[in-house]
Write a protein that binds this ligand. Structure first.
Ligand code: SF4
Length: 210
């Protein structure tokens, strides 16, 4: 997986650092320009025994303020899906490929801005450490940024959605849309889009079932 050449913030931590140490390290991190503008780093949450890890793109405006992943509108849609799939939120590890919120100011509003490839690469240090600690049985990549970060190459989400891709380390990654993509779609098509999204996610249910 691509990495920046200089010493990363996570390299200052012991190799056996626990999740709290990683979380604090990410708060200090300024390995890419995003960190200095955000309110705080939003690290992953969930049990380190989780069988399934869900990876999104980056925290949004609400997550940036709250300090928790998936608590904004996209997170609420994900909650609906988790309920429909009988995935208790506290049984999953939820995180993002990029830990700080990237935005542009439009008046007083902070509008989401996609992270650049270099920023995704710089932040991979934290996702890699989360993967080492959680060692999930499988991962769901929510959207192109997560899929690219996890696979180390561009992934066509619309082409690959609902499919498993296997990483070099043997970890299986199920690719699907980010919930914000569903929210951006036409409202009259949202119910059908949600059902199709659930179909994608059900593959993960079947695979990680104990
Ligand atoms: S977005 Fe990631 S790499 Fe960039 S400063 Fe934040 S934690 Fe560090």
């Amino acid at each position: 997986m691509p990495r920046t050449a200089h010493t990363c913030e996570s390299d200052r931590l012991p190799p056996d650092a626990d999740m709290d140490q990683l979380r604090e390290g990410a708060q200090r991190c300024r390995d890419c320009p995003i960190g200095k503008n955000a309110t705080q780093a939003v690290f992953g949450e969930g049990p380190t025994t989780a069988r399934l890890m869900l990876v999104g793109e980056q925290p949004g405006d609400r997550e940036d303020l709250a300090g928790h992943p998936f608590v904004g509108p996209a997170g609420h849609l994900l909650d609906e899906a988790m309920q429909a799939l009988d995935w208790p939120r506290d049984s999953l590890y939820l995180t993002n490929a990029v830990k700080h919120f990237k935005f542009e100011l439009r008046g007083k509003r902070r509008l989401h801005k996609s992270p650049a490839q270099q920023e995704i690469d710089a932040c991979l240090q934290w996702l890699d450490r989360e993967l080492e600690l959680v060692r999930p049985k499988a991962i769901v990549a929510l959207g192109a940024t997560a899929a690219r970060a996890l696979m180390g190459r561009p992934v066509g989400v619309m082409r690959e959605r609902g499919n498993w891709i296997v990483r070099d380390d043997g970890l299986r990654v199920l690719v699907t849309l980010h919930p914000s993509a569903l929210l951006r779609g036409p409202p009259r098509e949202r119910a059908a889009a949600f059902e199709k999204w659930l179909e994608d996610l059900r593959h993960a249910s079947r695979y990680v079932r104990p």
